[in-house]
Write a protein that binds this ligand. Structure first.
Ligand code: PMP
Length: 349
């Protein structure tokens, strides 16, 4: 017997199987429009020196590029190997014996896993029927950390800004607000608000609108004290040198590229959502992320298999609490969206 943690066996492994047989993979909500040109140039221009030396522990070029347009200080930004890394580190920074983390259910599936890995007990609070988080029920848990995701993965639904601010005001501990899909909605951008409060970390990612999932970069914004604690819990050198330069280049040079791609993403998402609303037995939710989410009256796995046999990968969910089976389909450029729409009648026949 290897001397491993006895509870590890009960913690799920995140390892989606690769779909080598599909030509259009819409499972991961990545940016199928491409990558900011300046980021690609930055990676291509990498030098021996850049690759040989350690990067700065502070990831200063990146934290500065995030902070400047927000009018906050670079020490109010913590960067990591994807926003996953920042979320995990924030939970670790708060973890004490008996600590709990409250989250909406369903939400980003890694959150209860990160909690358990950090010996924090997750508490699932059902999402409201309108898709917003139940702020009162989250507050009632008195959890040390409240994780809030808006637009929420996998439903795409947003929680109104005022409700999130109330959560900030009334939470007994830390609020971790995940704005991974923030570029696709006008509902809220609470990064500046977080920088002005002691107890809030707002995370964002370069994996979605910014088209850089393969580079693994994300960040959190909060008070300098909270950012210092999360940085300590994260550990050094999590953002590699090439990723830091590419993400910083994208932020400073390609904001317009990202805004335009996000605009097109929302148009194609809504076009797909409208086509799916016409199908019997399909309930499309009001997504403000870069994906469509729909509850089904039949097994989602069967529907996903039918898409797959037509070369399209979609994400199937089985038995989501209060929802049942559901599909999540990433938004894609016009030609690819046409392909998905053309497959709908056959897939749902
Ligand atoms: N938060 C949410 C809500 C997500 O959907 C994801 C990825 N699917 C992440 C965080 C993590 O993204 P990354 O680590 O690539 O930044």
């Amino acid at each position: 017997m290897m001397p491993l943690r006895p509870d590890l066996g009960g913690i799920p492994l995140y390892a989606p199987s690769p779909l080598d047989d599909v030509s259009l993979d819409l499972r991961d909500n990545v940016n199928l429009w491409g990558t900011p040109p300046s980021a690609l140039r930055a990676v291509q221009a990498a030098t021996t020196e850049l690759l040989r030396e350690y990067p700065r522990v502070s990831a200063g070029a990146l934290t500065q590029a995030v902070a400047a347009p927000l009018g906050i200080a670079a020490d109010q930004v913590v960067a990591g190997c994807g926003s996953d890394d920042v979320l995990d580190a924030c939970i670790r920074a708060v973890a004490t014996d008996g600590a709990t983390l409250a989250h909406a259910d369903p939400t980003f599936s890694m959150i209860p896993t990160f909690a358990r890995l950090n010996r924090v007990t997750p508490i699932a609070v059902p999402l409201r029927r309108d898709g917003a988080m139940d702020v009162d029920a989250l507050l009632a848990t008195r959890a040390a950390i409240i994780y809030a995701c808006s637009p929420n993965n996998p439903t795409g639904t947003v929680t109104p800004r005022g409700e999130l601010v109330r959560l900030f005001d009334e939470a007994p501990g830390i609020v971790l607000l995940d704005e991974a899909y923030g570029e696709f909605t006008d509902a809220h951008d609470l990064r500046r608000e977080a920088a002005q409060r002691e107890n809030v970390l707002v995370t964002r990612t370069f994996s979605k609108a910014w088209g850089l999932a393969g580079l693994r970069v994300g960040y959190g914004v909060g008070s300098a004290a909270l950012v210092a604690a999360v940085t300590k819990a994260r550990g050094p050198y999590k953002v590699n040198a090439a990723a830091e330069l590419a993400a910083a280049a994208a932020l400073t040079q390609d904001g317009e590229w990202v805004r335009e791609v996000a605009r097109q993403t929302c148009i194609e998402r809504d076009r797909l959502a409208a086509a799916m609303r016409r199908l019997p037995g399909v309930t499309v939710w009001a997504s403000e992320g870069n994906f469509v989410f729909a509850a089904l009256d039949r097994p989602a796995k069967d529907v996903a298999d039918r898409f797959r046999s037509r070369g399209i990968g979609v994400r199937a969910f089985s038995g989501l609490p209060g929802i049942g089976d559901a599909l999540r389909i990433g938004a894609a450029p016009t030609a690819e969206t046409d392909r998905v729409i053309a497959a709908l009648d056959e897939v749902f026949a």
